[in-house]
Design a protein around this ligand. Structure first.
Ligand SMILES: Nc1ncnc2c1ncn2[C@@H]1O[C@H](COP(=O)(O)OP(=O)(O)OP(=O)(O)O)[C@@H](O)[C@H]1O
Ligand SMILES: [Mg+2]
Length: 256
């Protein structure tokens, strides 16, 4: 069965899009068929994958909110961008928040759009926007699992309560199958005592909610890779330690 994994945290800049891209690529290296879906109007994932969001006519938005005379528009997919497929976004997706308010069965819009594609993929990774709004909610409704990147800094746990509330609300009302794939500590500096303390707190407090995945350190190579428009593994400046960590995360996700 296809695993659909929402990368979700309403906190900004915690590594959701970076993880979506690199985890997606490492799942591909493990011979899985992978689709990554950009559900963020900022469209970072689309840029990270090497496309220019503003140039795109067909995006996830056109499938989510069809024109009135159109019935169902298929999900536009860019095939084989470094081995994985991408359903891209651009800024127009920001309109969907408003336009979906009165849409029938809006909670299931993304789930319905992904349904015909499930046979084509082993993994679908959904990159959520940094909000608890409708775009994140419909991503959670469409998913079998939720993976939460958590930045290792002092305010890491501040938003966790509302994050968990949102996940449990979706699970109770709309998607009883939704399961935690785990919490992923990100942007960790081992030399920083505050980061070390935060990592310990994250591990202690969240382990009862879901598995704690291998920690992703702060690494310049990972930030630079996003500028190249490709996963770290394909960049000129690789970082073997980080590549190994993403492979370990892929192994965990593989066995969900
Ligand atoms: N482990 C890391 N080490 C260094 N830089 C990183 C790391 N992970 C992510 N970054 C950089 O931090 C920035 C934010 O990462 P990313 O866009 O993946 O976060 P996000 O949670 O998707 O953000 P947003 O909430 O805005 O969608 C990017 O510039 C990215 O290149
Ligand atoms: Mg992002």
């Amino acid at each position: 069965m296809t695993k659909v994994i929402a990368l979700f945290n309403q906190a900004g800049g915690v590594g959701k899009s970076t993880t979506t891209q690199n985890l997606g690529y490492h799942l591909f290296l493990r011979r899985h068929r992978v689709l990554v879906v950009d559900m963020d109007p900022q469209a970072s994932l689309t840029s990270f994958m090497g496309l220019e969001p503003a140039d795109l006519k067909e995006t996830i938005y056109t499938a989510l909110v069809p024109e009135e005379d159109e019935v169902d528009k298929p999900l536009p997919i860019h095939k084989d961008l470094h081995g994985i497929d991408l359903a891209p976004a651009n800024l127009l997706l920001a309109n969907a928040e408003q336009e979906l308010i009165f849409a029938e069965q809006r909670e299931f819009r993304l789930k319905d759009i992904l349904a015909p594609r499930l046979f084509d993929y082993d993994f679908i990774l959904v990159d959520c926007p940094p909000s608890l709004g409708i775009l994140s909610q419909i991503s959670l409704v469409a998913s079998t699992h939720v993976l939460v990147p958590v930045q290792c800094q002092y305010k890491a746990l501040l938003g966790t309560e509302s994050l968990l509330k949102t996940v449990y609300k979706v699970k109770r009302r709309l998607n009883t199958e939704l399961t935690f794939a785990g919490f992923l500590p990100t942007l960790y500096s081992a030399s920083n005592s505050l980061d070390r303390r935060t990592l310990q707190i994250v591990q202690e407090q969240l382990a009862s909610v879901g598995p704690i995945l291998p920690t992703v350190p702060r690494a310049t190579a990972l930030a630079e890779a996003t500028e190249y428009g490709m996963p770290l593994a394909l960049c000129p400046k690789k970082n073997p330690e980080i590549l190994q960590i993403f492979d370990r995360i892929a192994q965990v996700v593989e066995s969900l």
